[in-house]
Design a protein. Structure first.
Length: 390
């Protein structure tokens, strides 16, 4: 009886252990406390006052949903190992390549080192010298300089963070972006690799492909709408105008800006300063509409004179004589073409049915008689003997 109870107790203990490992039927799987591993060869080595396990050939670790492979590794404890040679860390769609890695299962952090660490996520690739990747949060951190290439775009910064779940890169310190739409420099940028949407912050300078320059201390760029949004200290410089405003929505392709707060427009070509708290601006031909305390100053630097105007709302429009002449010439050409087309239509009309002169040639006598002179008529009368004397 005592022997039977002992065997039963052992079976219960084993069953409890299996239940704890599996979490029960249908229960959520608990986080693994031990890093799973495999290798071609494993053997113990002495390490300080204890021992470690050396793994050689086709080494692979699995933890927190990530797989780490390498040529060889040293396992110091159940959750701490160091990897050497052709290191690859894969989590979902993120692949990290390096020469050496140190992985801590307690913190889920892998420090990857190489002459050039490469991180690949779809069509985006990050190159850096040192990369830290958290296999649980899927967040990476790079330092000592990094370059991100994403289709035709390229980002550079001293350091930054990579969020694999939403494919977002945060670039910090001496940021540069080069793309087909614009070039950017600034202190920090948040960039989405899927949408190419960028949020920029202090000391941002932007040069777009239309030849405009923008400055902002905070704002964003929406590639889909070709829209620059500035929410702090906005400035636009074109070939002919300078524009300042607290907030700017600048539609790049249309050259159209919506301005809000402390507006100042300097048209150096036409010597005009404009002010207001709300308005719109069009790069071509340089028109502006201002409301909320608008004012305009027209100045003449050669004579040192100026003219001040204020109103409830003001519309400033630019008159270009060369453009007016070109427009008038185009209008005249269109009118001439219209007249020529109309005359051709009249000449080509067929005679109407029942016309009294139908079939008469242009050289018919009736036409010649109408065109004859008075002297010709008198000659005919003399020949007929019907001339009247007066």
């Amino acid at each position: 009886m005592r022997r039977f109870l002992t065997i039963a107790f052992v079976l219960l203990a084993v069953g409890a252990t299996m239940f704890a490992r599996t979490g029960g039927r249908g229960a959520a799987q608990p986080e693994k406390k031990v890093v799973d591993l495999k290798a071609d060869v494993m053997y113990p080595i002495e390490f300080r006052d204890t021992s470690a396990v050396c793994l050689v050939g086709n080494v692979a670790f699995y933890h927190s949903g990530a797989v780490i492979t390498c040529d060889s590794a040293v396992r110091y404890s159940e959750k701490h190992m160091e990897c050497f040679g052709n290191v690859l860390i894969n989590k979902n769609d993120t692949y990290v390549y390096g020469d050496r890695a140190d992985y801590n299962g307690e913190t889920h952090v892998a420090n990857v080192y190489s002459d050039l660490v490469k991180v690949v996520d779809g069509d985006a690739t990050l190159y850096t010298y040192k990369f830290l990747f958290n296999t649980k949060t899927n967040v990476g951190e790079f330092a000592d300089g990094g370059v991100v290439t994403n289709r035709e775009n390229q980002l550079e910064s001293d350091r930054g963070y990579y969020y694999a779940n939403d494919r977002t890169v945060i670039c910090v310190d001496r940021v540069e972006i080069r793309s087909e739409e614009y070039d950017l420099t600034g202190d920090s940028v948040v960039y989405n690799l899927t949408t190419d949407h960028a949020y920029y912050f202090r000391h941002t300078n932007i040069w777009n492909t239309q030849g405009d320059y923008l400055y902002a201390d905070r704002g964003s760029y929406d590639k889909g709408g070709e829209l620059y949004t500035v929410t702090e200290n906005g400035y636009i410089l074109t070939e002919k105008q300078e524009v300042w405003s607290d907030s700017i929505d600048y539609y790049k392709l249309a050259g159209h800006a919506v301005l809000r707060g402390n507006i100042q427009i300097d048209d150096t070509e036409h010597k005009v300063l404009a002010f207001g708290d709300f308005g719109e601006y069009w790069k071509e031909p340089g028109n502006a509409f201002l409301t909320r305390r608008p004012a305009v100053v027209s100045y003449d630097t050669s004579q040192g004179d100026s003219l001040f105007m204020a109103a409830d709302s003001m519309f400033l429009y630019t008159i270009d004589p060369a453009r007016l002449r070109a427009d008038s010439l185009r209008a005249a050409a269109r009118a001439a073409d219209s007249l020529r087309t109309d005359s051709l239509r009249v000449d080509s009309l067929a005679p109407a049915a029942g016309d009294s002169v139908q079939g008469v040639r242009p050289e018919a006598p009736i036409v010649a008689a109408r065109r004859g002179s008075l002297s010709e008529g008198r000659g005919d009368a003399k020949r007929n003997g019907t001339e009247h004397k007066q």
